[in-house]
Design a protein around this ligand. Sequence first.
Ligand code: G3H
Ligand code: ZN
Length: 283
Amino acid sequence: PLVPMTAFLEDAKKNKYAVGQFNINNLEFVQAITQAAIEEKSPVIFGVSEGAMRYMGLEYTVAMAKAASEMAGVPIALHLDHGSSFEVVMKCIRAGFSSVMFDGSHHSFEDNIRLTKQVVEAAHAVGVSVEGELGTIGGVEDDVNVDEDAATLAKPAEAIRFWEETKVDYLAIAVGTAHGMYKGEPKIHFDIIEEVAKNIGAPVVLHGGSGVPDEAIRKAISCGVGKINVNTENQVACTAVIREVLAAKPNEIDPRKYLTPARDAIKEVVKGKIRLFGSNNRA
Ligand code: G3H
Ligand code: ZN
């Protein structure tokens, strides 16, 4: 069955690794991520943005994730990514999601606390884990679009108060990463991660995990990051393979001929991230 993220929280903390959230876009992503988790014996989180949910349909999304979790033999969470309202959160919980993110970062600090608290109360009552967000993460991901210059880092004192008042299970804070591929190297503020992580009772979440150098990822984990989101790198790997196959065989009409290698490419990216995050052999 699908599990809340709290199922692997303690072990990850104790053994200083991070669990990967890999966003799903279709059946091939679900299969690739699940197979990678099985081969690496790792817990994983399926991330579903509101855009991906519209694309796949809520029922298909839950059914695919449930099927994967039942055959995988490793813990899998089905997690709403950047949920924008109480309504969408409740819709996902009712449909079978085991975890939700409520992204109230575009609201005022006080409103973000108030709205997140409502989500935590409703979700915890039915055993669903919650991730909150503080500070705004630059870049574009589906419906979430923040101008890089307008992206604001999380303030540690605010992040600590946010956690004390909301008691979210995981806390995403803006520390310099961005959604999408980076133009240059991201400047990650490790000091913010460290100060927040040591003062709250929840792991810090790093969004925008694509394109972050391995060394920076390792350092972020050592500073207290317990969950890392990756989407763009999988999309890039998938689409590059499809382009390659279709360029080499312009007459190919069987989707399986380009989706099979595309799925393998996603799996390889996920396996690499799982090892980098240190969650391999932890399931
Ligand atoms: O919420 C999802 C992520 O933060 C993914 O970011 O596409 O840059 O890997 P990414
Ligand atoms: Zn994100």
